[in-house]
Write a protein that binds this ligand. Structure first.
Ligand SMILES: *Cc1c(COP(=O)(O)O)cnc(C)c1O
Length: 455
């Protein structure tokens, strides 16, 4: 009898996160102050983040211990299962083995709780009373709302307007946990009001919602801080618990993955899954293929430029070197709201520029087709974000069939899609637009990139 699920015991939850900065072949490019063009220091970030997270952001320690109060809540849903997709393999008639790590078992339905709990905990420990944040599809806002509830902090969520309208149930869930949720752009901040004046119909974007949440935190000192659900080094590090567990599970399964696949918005679930394996590529010369999948509607890796840009559209954040479509680019309203971001995590950008990870882009209808096939085979309805990874994992398995190759393909199933039924409904009715590569809008945004001296 062959196994389907690879489960770890609760006492096998990793006790430390993995920090790839200790193993990067070259240090990351510095983050720059927009006014001076000089590298920023810890004090420049102190209004936004607690000191421990600022320390983790630049830490070169290979492992950072997970605090016991965070581990205690991880035990609600971790370790998450590694599952062999036997029925999908059969449906595709492929000689490949397909595995997925399922993060949808978290109480909020996605991987995002892994970092939300850590961030809420450190904020609580350093006296923060209120956290602000943005959310796209609502997954991050939901995770932070619950984490804030756990550690007794108020939570204010700026939700991208198109998602606020498409996904009312996410808002209700956040409010159930006790968060205050408002659609972005909102009239409550200067950044939001300015956008509404320019375009009252603006559907919002993650970049703009970040501007609003940052402005709110900066103007409510010292009690309020800001929390980001992706992109930053410390966020990616908190997510490595996914890949560290998966490594043990593959050991128990007695196989090694040949190809790892994950979807990328800001890059946190993909990084969390893949970075412990990328470590083996850097330090032991392993040749695992590692593939990041993005939507054709927001193709930062495959169509962006690797340069300094702002993390938000109102240009309030420091300048980060990343693959970017230009911070003024507003991606089309695809249902995978968590992937509508103009930039990408600097750690992943450095690894991509150095050839350690590959990237590809897929259009919305092909993604939903994969999500539906996966649900019919395995029963789990994937989040539209996660279905990007499924699309590419399935295409690789079909390639294996054509070539008669027995590869081991593993992907991260970052969350379930129970709040994304509107998107599935549109797909099943044949009413889903594809929003292929918005060439002209991206060219315009790239032309508007800040000019930074990087000598
Ligand atoms: C937010 C989200 C993503 C995209 O964010 P990353 O930081 O790139 O992981 C992907 N999948 C799900 C389920 C999400 O909620």
């Amino acid at each position: 009898m062959e196994r389907t699920k690879f489960l770890l015991d609760e006492n096998e939850i990793p006790k430390a996160w993995y920090n790839i900065q200790a193993d990067l072949p070259h240090p990351l490019p510095p983050v720059l102050h927009p006014a001076t063009g000089q590298p920023i220091g810890p004090q420049d970030l102190a209004a936004l983040f607690p000191m421990e997270l600022i320390r983790q952001e630049v830490s070169q320690e290979r492992f950072i211990e997970i605090p016991e109060p965070v581990l205690d809540i991880y035990r609600l849903y971790r370790p998450s299962p590694l599952i062999r997709a036997r029925r999908l393999e059969k449906m595709l008639d492929t000689p490949a083995q397909i595995y997925y790590k399922y993060e949808g078992v978290s109480p909020v339905g996605s991987h995002k709780l892994n970092t939300a709990l850590a961030q809420a905990y450190y904020n609580h420990r350093e006296g923060t009373k209120r956290l602000t944040t943005e959310t796209g599809a609502g997954q991050w806002g939901t995770a932070l709302a619950f984490a804030c509830r756990v550690f007794g902090i108020e939570c204010q969520v700026y939700m991208v307007k198109v998602s606020y309208q498409q996904k009312p149930y996410r808002r209700i869930l956040m409010e159930t946990y006790g968060a205050r949720v408002i659609p972005s752009p909102s009239p409550e901040t200067h950044a939001g009001a300015a956008m509404l004046e320019q375009d009252p119909e603006c559907s919002g974007s993650l970049g703009l919602a970040i501007s609003e949440a940052v402005e709110d935190a900066v103007t409510h000192q010292p009690t309020t801080k800001y929390s980001l659900g992706s992109v930053l080094n410390h966020v990616l590090m908190h997510q490595t618990i996914i890949g560290l567990e998966a490594q043990k599970q593959f050991e128990y399964a007695g196989v090694e993955p040949d190809i790892l696949v994950g979807c990328v918005g800001g890059g946190s679930n993909f990084a969390g899954f893949a970075l412990p394996f990328v470590r083996e590529k850097i330090t032991r010369g392993k040749n695992t293929r590692v593939i990041a999948v993005e939507p054709t509607a927001a193709p930062s890796f495959t169509q962006g430029v690797y340069t300094y840009d702002f993390g938000d559209s109102a240009q309030m954040t420091p300048l980060i070197k990343m693959f970017t479509l230009g911070s003024s680019f507003v991606p089309p309203p695809i249902h995978a709201g968590g992937l509508r971001y103009h930039g990408m995590a600097p750690i992943l950008c450095a690894l991509h520029a150095q050839g350690y990870i590959e990237a590809c882009a897929v259009p919305q209808n092909a993604v939903f087709a994969a999500g539906v096939e996966f649900a019919r085979a395995e029963g789990i309805l994937p989040a539209p974000e996660s279905a990007h990874a499924i699309r590419v994992a399935m295409d690789l398995a079909l390639e294996c069939r054509a070539r008669g190759e027995k590869r081991v393909i593993a992907f991260n199933l970052s969350g379930h899609g129970h709040f994304d039924l509107g998107g599935y409904d549109a797909y099943l009715r044949g009413e889903l637009p594809d929003y292929t590569y918005p060439r002209e809008e991206i060219a315009r945004a790239i032309a508007r990139l800040p000019r930074v001296a990087t000598g």
